[in-house]
Design a protein around this ligand. Sequence first.
Ligand SMILES: NC(=O)c1ccc[n+]([C@@H]2O[C@H](COP(=O)([O-])OP(=O)(O)OC[C@H]3O[C@@H](n4cnc5c(N)ncnc54)[C@H](OP(=O)(O)O)[C@@H]3O)[C@@H](O)[C@H]2O)c1
Length: 263
Amino acid sequence: MIKLAIIGAGAMGSAIARGLVKASCYQSFEIILFDLNSSALKQLAQEGFKVSSDIQSITAPIVLFAVKPQNINEVLESLAKLDPACLLISILAGTKIQKFAGYYPNNPVVRAMPNTPAQLAKGVTALAFNSKSSNQNKQEARKLFEAIGKVVEVEESEMDLVTAVSGSGPAYIYLLEEAMIKAAIEFGMNQDTAKVLVRQTIVGAAALLEANPESKAEELRAKVTSPNGTTHAAVTSLTNSGFEQILRDAIAAATTRSKELGA
Ligand SMILES: NC(=O)c1ccc[n+]([C@@H]2O[C@H](COP(=O)([O-])OP(=O)(O)OC[C@H]3O[C@@H](n4cnc5c(N)ncnc54)[C@H](OP(=O)(O)O)[C@@H]3O)[C@@H](O)[C@H]2O)c1
């Protein structure tokens, strides 16, 4: 029996489907993925998922929307009428709950903002619910996203900020890696060595954060920062160059852009 339908089998839709099976939340044959792109569906079918390009045939207790925001109107227009008890979950950036409630006024609707580490079950997802969502709906949605990482509950009004912090956040870390590698090469290191040193430093530092959930980053930083030592010199330089302000401006810019896209 189909328990979950996912519309859009791209990067996020397929990552969520695979994460759910890996976490033994569902069996692959209990998930059906809909997409217009047949090559994406072919691979998923080989992995045991049900697949279809006929969106009119959808029936499932939970429908998860994972198309790009610019495609949601065509999806909602072409979708056959869904049962009012069907839990609708959207991961579309900047797309408000009202968009779905406009078509399905009586359905529980969840707006979710996951991020790409979800592909490795290391994601974090913020969830916002409409007033039609029961406690059971909330538990179902939490369970689904806990299969691909951690979950927090927020008000829908916070979603633009969530997008700027954790949705776009992985890109800030990748930019940090790029900048550190560039600097190491500029000061004479060969590219391969720089890449191994920088990447493993980021992976290792993240692992230490994960292994010490109660510790503040500040405390872990203090452990590598002896007075007047090398780390102290670097951190002082970063602080004097406005590191915190730069990140603050970046998060503000992403929040503004998210608001513009959702307007
Ligand atoms: N990637 C992220 O970091 C991230 C994080 C949080 C939220 N999101 C949200 O997740 C959603 C999906 O992102 P993504 O990166 O997975 O995009 P994606 O890889 O482009 O996947 C979207 C899929 O939907 C298909 N599609 C387009 N129109 C369709 C229709 N009418 N019916 C069925 N399928 C259709 C696309 O096919 P074609 O390729 O043929 O167009 C594509 O396979 C977006 O709304 C995004 O805002 C993404």
